[in-house]
Design a protein around this ligand. Structure first.
Ligand SMILES: [Zn+2]
Length: 449
């Protein structure tokens, strides 16, 4: 168990989708369980007294003038094994990329030494980039998937980890799949039990996630059984839905309905469910998303390569769908959610203006589609916590102390005091590099130490 401590810090977090809270020189008190138990403003009567108390007990951290505090990021969709091939073959179509690169790579993870090497590196690099919670796809292999959960736990990252279920001989290579539908269910159940045993070994906890890869690679038997497991264990669920023209069309043809409807019928949609990508959701799909309270894991970088379309974040959000942000390693090449934030804004602006200059501006784009940096910051923090049903993403009482300490001196122009406090946040979101992230705390523990 940790000791109590306090931080005197300036920083930012999202109050809601549009608005950011600027904290000036506040005192953030963290309890033994790594939870924020109190936040004092400078003009609170107890501010000075409390600050002196922590200082005298040697429990006070004071940020430097050129440092700020931000909430840690939640990466809602990341394929841990694919880190090994990040930056490779993104010019191929999705189905070719899967068959020629991704499946052969993932099959190597039954070798636990190889798995350990890659998994340790992906957890290190995402922590270094400010990701305090990661929602991971591992591989078909159960033991290696449990190993990933352990590595997250030990390195101090809050890991939500799934053993991938894929069993359909028509949609999987024979060298890389569950033996059959039945074994995809029993292996997933054993995985859930293994991770639940580990869960409380770590202050920040690790969690099992039911992970059918996507409908093209799963039989109905498997999907039905996984839906039952979700009910039995009340755990999170993740998969892909309506990612690209090919994937969306494939499922329509295979099952005569869209991903979302099928997933819903299999019992795989709900408050604890996350579907990645989803630009091609149709009106009936959106109704199911809203009714089931399923979250979209938005993968703007990988969508730019593979999805054939831009997710209309603003429209879907305004209809009441929760949307969090994701790197989608390695469909997205960068392990940094900062890059996700930047691409989310860029893509949305291109969606709004349109991209074909030969078209008249009246028909070139899609009205009211651009999102702001504040919106993207919200997706990366508060929306991620909401998706997982855990108190992360804000610097408020009752939230886990999951934060990143940012040095604003390097790589960021600071020739004058910014006109508005938010201007500095936006500079950081757009310009910060890995080296600007000085420390990353998860549940009250500095993971950089
Ligand atoms: Zn994915």
């Amino acid at each position: 168990m940790n000791k109590k401590f306090a931080f005197q810090a300036s920083g930012y977090y999202c109050k809601n989708f549009d608005e950011v809270e600027y904290m000036h020189n506040q005192l953030i008190c963290v309890n033994e369980n790594g939870m924020i138990e109190k936040v004092f403003n400078e003009d609170d009567i107890e501010y000075k007294k409390t600050l002196f108390k922590y200082r005298d007990n040697n429990q006070l951290h004071v940020l430097k003038d050129d440092e700020i505090m931000l909430p840690g990021f939640v990466d809602l969709h990341i394929h841990a094994p694919q880190w090994a091939q990040s930056g490779t073959a993104l010019d191929k179509p999705l189905e070719v990329w899967l068959d020629e690169y991704t499946f052969p790579l993932e099959a190597r993870f039954k070798d636990l030494d190889f798995a350990k090497e890659v998994y340790e590196d992906v957890v290190d690099i995402t922590l270094k980039n400010g990701t305090t919670t990661g929602v991971y796809f591992a591989t078909v292999d159960r033991e290696a998937s449990v190993l990933l959960a352990k590595i997250c736990g030990e390195k101090g990252q809050r890991g939500f980890v799934g053993k991938v279920a894929m069993d359909d001989p028509a949609g999987c290579p024979d060298y890389y799949k569950d033996f059959d539908g039945k074994s995809s269910i029993t292996e997933t159940e054993n995985f859930i039990k293994d991770v639940l045993k580990l869960k409380d070994n770590y202050e920040q906890k690790v969690y099992p996630v039911i992970t059918p890869r996507f409908i093209p690679s799963c039989t109905n038997e498997s999907l039905e059984g996984l839906g039952k497991l979700a009910k039995k264990y009340d755990v999170h669920i993740q998969t892909h839905a309506s990612e690209s023209d090919w994937a969306h069309g494939f499922v329509k043809e295979k099952l005569g309905k869209n991903d979302v409807k099928a997933l819903w019928e299999f019992g795989l949609m709900g408050e604890k469910s996350m579907v990645a990508h989803a630009p091609f959701l149709e009106d009936a799909d959106l109704e199911i998303m809203i009714a089931s309270k399923t979250t979209i894991a938005h993968c703007p970088l990988s969508n730019a390569y593979f999805a054939n379309a831009v997710l209309p974040v603003k429209e879907f959000h305004s209809r009441g769908i929760n949307i969090g942000l994701a790197t989608d390693i390695s469909g997205g090449y960068s392990p940094s959610i900062y890059h996700g934030i930047r691409q989310a804004v860029i893509s949305s602006k291109m969606l709004q203006d349109g991209v074909n200059p030969r078209l008249d501006k009246k028909i070139r784009g899609r009205k009211n589609a651009a999102i702001t940096l504040n919106n993207a910051f919200y997706l990366a923090t508060v929306a991620g916590g909401k998706a997982l049903g855990i108190p992360v993403g804000k610097l408020e009482k009752g939230y886990a102390f999951d934060v990143q300490i940012i040095n604003t001196k390097e790589n960021i122009p600071r020739f004058y005091k910014e006109k508005h406090p938010e201007d500095l946040l936006h500079k950081v979101l757009l310009l910060a590099q890995t080296g600007n992230i000085k420390d990353v705390w998860v549940q009250g523990r500095n993971t950089h130490e």
